[in-house]
Design a protein around this ligand. Structure first.
Ligand SMILES: [Zn+2]
Length: 245
């Protein structure tokens, strides 16, 4: 329950769509040649990366949102449905802060070990809880532990969900220090997505407090050391022509 895999396996196209959909975009830094989508305009031609925070909402969500807002950034929060039901106000705060709110199942199970009916229930209950808290149905889904297969993807599709995995694992779930998480974020290249977690999940027995701490440093580092500027997700989506399904 406490471990997520070090998994970097997913189709390039899906990864790209996911990254665009959840992009934290920036300008002013050199990007690898040929990586930026062709349709991107000059305003964000230099690159974008996706920050994702799983397993919320938690007691750390407000701190996390404050750090992101202070830096004018949007990230994607992949929420656990039962935690949304317990804290609908926090899910609402995520949306109000301009975050993309995604579905991360109801109980964080190993979906590939469940029946189709159980998978449907995990996804459906979470869609309902998030819709009732925020007024909007999630369009993005991240399977717990990154474990997916054709059955899981087929059911995601029934709910109009796009699956988003990750390229860089911050290892915050595995006891990484704040400095190590910042270092992991430094490995991100254009169009990539990093896996992080929303703070302490005492109820789940998980301690990811370093990730929330690291977020402020990561954002400061990106701005100061690399001179990046940030554009919003809607601007990036407009620039790339990508529409959330
Ligand atoms: Zn998770």
């Amino acid at each position: 329950m406490s471990h997520e895999p070090n998994r970097i396996a997913h189709p390039g196209r899906l990864r790209t769509l996911g990254a665009v959909a959840i992009a934290v975009a920036f300008t002013g830094v050199a990007a690898p040649a040929g990586v930026a989508p062709a349709a991107v305009t000059a305003s964000c031609a230099n690159g974008y990366v996706g920050l994702t925070f799983d397993d919320g909402p938690t007691g750390s969500t407000t701190t996390l949102l404050n750090a992101l807002r202070a830096n004018g950034l949007r990230a994607t929060m992949f929420n656990i449905g039962q935690k949304v039901q317990q804290n609908p106000g926090l899910a609402q705060s995520q949306q109000a802060a301009g975050m993309w709110v995604g579905n991360h199942s109801w109980t964080h199970p190993h979906l590939t070990q469940l029946s189709s009916a159980q998978i449907q229930s995990e996804i459906s209950q979470t869609q309902n809880a998030i819709r009732s808290a925020t007024g909007a149905s999630p369009r993005l889904f991240r399977p717990p532990y990154g474990e997916t297969n054709a059955t899981v993807r087929g059911i995601e599709a029934q709910f109009g969900l796009t699956e988003v995995l990750w390229d860089v694992d911050s290892q915050d779930w595995n006891g990484a220090s704040t400095a190590q998480i910042v270092q992991a974020a430094g490995r991100l290249t254009n169009g990539q997505v990093i896996l992080m977690h929303d703070g302490c999940n005492e109820a789940m027995g998980w301690d990811r407090s370093h990730s929330v701490e690291a977020t402020d440093l990561i954002l400061t580092q990106w701005k100061q050391q690399q001179g990046m500027e940030f554009v919003t997700v809607p601007e990036m989506i407009e620039a790339t022509g990508f529409e959330v399904p």
